[in-house]
Design a protein around this ligand. Structure first.
Ligand code: ATP
Length: 247
């Protein structure tokens, strides 16, 4: 199973400059952290990979399935930066609704919603209206919605933004458990030090170009010699995002 972007270009309007141009990228196995400065194009890349945005040129596919097909959207799940709490719906209803939108029957979606909420440790909140949940809990409902239809690739856009350290820890443990041999996770974050060291892979994006994509160990090796252990992720990130081009 491989999610690949091939020679992808994208612009938000006909006359606006391209945010991505001729980009080639394959989502690596396991958990990958997507790092890059503000405006680098991380959200744009995730939306293209999710099939939410259509590339101007090039292709996005999961094995042979095009991102423009309905089948693709069942296999790939995207969690946007902000999750909307749907008025009047409980956590389980909101998650089941997503499953139904992705083509599951009502009964199937209802059962799968309970399982997905358990997986994100929100089982005991499944009957709570989502409007009443905290920001961190709502993000976990967002992950459950991404999991409910059995997606093979999860694309999470800055899921830890605005979380306090405790919520961040819970979420981080959750994400580390989600990435398995069968499910690839690509997660964008500004929080270099927090997640990068536990991820399998790191990808850095600068000005719409991939400046590094490889193992976390190699990534950490880009820190200048003598960098203290605790600052290696940050130093590697700085080295890779300020250099003109690497890989
Ligand atoms: N809807 C839009 N319309 C026009 N331009 C946009 C739109 N969304 C993003 N852009 C532009 O595209 C570029 C890449 O934005 P994108 O949101 O993908 O970056 P990002 O790396 O996710 O940034 P951040 O970390 O700030 O979320 C930026 O220059 C941004 O201004």
């Amino acid at each position: 199973m491989s999610l690949v972007l091939e020679a992808v270009s994208f612009a938000y309007g006909r006359r606006t400059r391209r945010v991505l141009s001729g980009l080639d990228y394959a989502v690596p196995p396991g958990l990958t952290i997507l790092l890059g400065p503000n405006g680098a194009g991380k959200t744009t890349l995730l939306k293209l990979a999710a099939g939410v945005n259509r590339p101007l040129t090039g292709t996005v596919r999961l094995d042979r399935v095009s991102s423009l097909s309905k089948e693709y959207r069942r296999k790939v799940a995207w969690m946007p930066q902000s999750i909307t709490a749907m008025t009047g719906l409980t956590a389980r209803e909101q998650v089941a609704y997503t499953g139904w939108l992705k083509g599951m029957s009502r009964g199937e979606a209802w059962d799968a919603a309970a399982t997905a909420l358990e997986r994100v440790q929100m089982g005991e909140h499944s009957g709570v209206r989502t409007k009443r949940l905290s920001g961190g809990q709502l993000r976990r409902v967002g992950v459950a919605s991404a999991l409910v239809h059995g997606a093979r690739v999860l694309l999470l856009d800055e899921p830890t933004a605005g979380m306090d350290p405790t919520q961040r820890r819970v979420f981080r443990d959750l994400v580390l458990r989600l990435a398995t041999d069968d499910v690839r996770v690509l997660l964008s974050t500004h929080d270099v030090a927090d997640l990068a060291e536990e991820a399998d892979h790191v990808t850095t994006l600068t000005g719409g170009r991939i400046t590094y994509s490889g193992s976390t160990a190699d990534f950490l090796g880009h820190a200048p010699e003598g960098t203290p252990e605790a600052r290696r992720a940050e130093a590697s990130y700085t080295a890779l995002t300020s250099a003109p081009s690497v890989h």
